[in-house]
Design a protein around this ligand. Structure first.
Ligand SMILES: Cc1cc2nc3c(=O)[nH]c(=O)nc-3n(C[C@H](O)[C@H](O)[C@H](O)COP(=O)(O)OP(=O)(O)OC[C@H]3O[C@@H](n4cnc5c(N)ncnc54)[C@H](O)[C@@H]3O)c2cc1C
Length: 379
């Protein structure tokens, strides 16, 4: 069987690795528009819960995958300068480029054909393939080309983001909230390598405008953000990697496949980064599609049925949770009057899916802190 994969992000690369490991005689090609060394952004984070799927799917791969990751066993919500620790939440972090390079090496070892600097402008021109996988990201060109078939829908969220890095080492996964004269700014930050941390800044569009970011160059934006988070950055500047301000778009598709073409990863469905699960979702898609191939091989109708039946419910659930999480962030100004523990509590329960009992199980130390103030609430 011949498989062409459009887009060499985590989803496409992991799928190609899985398929070649399972079916060494098949031909698997990955078309990637960029160079092997190119990436945007800084580090990405996985919660241990989020990585369970990988450990269960392939223990040896999981060990290699996480070998160089930076670990932490708690997170922190920082409000009014008070660091509220949330126990029971462990994370591993890695730079996006290190993650991609690791996957490149695994793919090469499995004999996947990696075609860098090769952009696919017309997905229907990939004639020789039995199966074409579209994994070219949230702004997928191939999905746009076949928009009449896949019927994608988009929700543009209102908050503004700038994905910076810094040499300040922020060891716990930290959500830092700073009230300014213009409004609230949020930093999603964590160390992901020996010398760097991600520092993703978020604010609502009114605050962004009032602060004058619409008139600023990249350098000026970074300087002002650096001043807003000066207490957290310990004198280190913010670093840019094409870090211009952007808004998040949530994508879903009515149809997931057509003929021999199937969507995967962010091209199929994006999950907002406030849940830190997009990479994991793309990799879980890859496992499900590969399992479908193992079960049904050339019977693509059955493969796609298996893929969609396995993945659509999870996908929908995640997008619902992400929407609630986004609502919380977009309206955070309404929560800023809360004391730090209450504020952190509101954050932890923002998706509406976490009860107080859940918190007791997952973060007993934090739940106790809350109960010391409020007693035991009815969940
Ligand atoms: C600010 C930010 C922070 C994030 N943080 C996290 C995090 O902490 N944890 C997490 O799990 N996820 C995070 N994500 C989400 C994560 O990056 C994505 O969900 C994940 O990369 C999706 O993988 P993918 O393979 O589907 O797509 P992508 O990673 O987008 O890869 C698509 C690939 O296709 C290539 N491509 C595009 N068009 C073409 C074409 N026409 N021809 C050939 N190649 C093409 C692109 O160059 C790219 O390499 C974050 C995202 C953002 C924006």
């Amino acid at each position: 069987m011949k498989i062409d994969i459009v887009g060499g992000g985590p989803g496409g690369l992991f799928l190609s690795y899985l398929v070649k490991k399972r079916f060494p005689a098949w031909t698997v090609r990955v078309f990637e528009q960029n160079d092997a060394d190119a990436t945007y952004g800084w580090g990405v984070v996985f919660s241990d819960v989020a990585l369970k799927f990988l450990e269960e799917a392939d223990r040896a791969f999981f060990k290699r995958f996480t070998a160089e990751h930076v670990r932490s066993d708690h997170m922190e919500v920082v409000h009014r300068g008070v660091h509220v620790p949330i126990d029971g939440h462990s994370f591993s972090r890695v730079s996006r480029i290190a993650l991609l390079k690791f996957l490149h090496a695994e793919c090469r070892a499995a004999d996947v054909e990696l075609l860098f600097n090769t952009r696919v402008d017309d997905v229907t021109a990939l004639h020789g393939a039995d199966l074409v996988v579209v994994s070219d990201g949230v702004n997928s060109r191939s999905r746009s080309q076949l928009a009449d078939v896949f019927k994608p829908s988009f929700v543009q969220r209102r908050n503004k983001f700038a994905w910076y890095g810094t040499a300040q080492l922020i060891s716990a996964v930290s959500l830092i909230f700073r009230a300014t004269q213009h409004g609230v700014f949020i930093a999603h930050s964590y160390q992901y390598s020996a010398g760097k941390s991600t520092f993703l800044i978020e604010t609502d569009p009114q605050t962004w405008q009032r602060a004058g970011f619409d008139q600023m160059s990249d350098e000026q934006s970074r300087a002002l953000c650096g001043r807003i988070f000066a207490d957290d950055l310990g004198g280190h500047p913010l670093l840019s990697n094409k870090s211009s301000w952007f808004e998040a778009v949530t994508v879903k598709n009515e149809k997931w496949h057509d003929g021999n073409i199937v969507l995967l990863g962010d091209a199929l469905r994006s999950v907002h980064f406030s849940l830190g699960s997009g990479t994991r979702m793309a990799m879980e898609d890859a496992i499900a599609l590969c399992n479908g191939l193992v079960l049904h091989q050339k019977d693509l109708g059955a493969v796609f049925d298996y893929f969609e039946t396995t993945r659509r419910p999870v996908s929908d659930r995640f997008q619902d949770a992400a929407a609630k999480s986004l609502d919380w962030y977009e309206n955070v100004a309404d929560q800023m009057h809360l004391e730090p523990i209450d504020f952190a509590y509101s954050y932890m329960r923002r998706t509406g899916r976490v009860t107080h009992d859940d918190l007791r199980q997952r973060a007993p130390g934090f739940a106790r802190q809350y109960e010391l103030i409020h007693g035991e609430p009815v969940s």
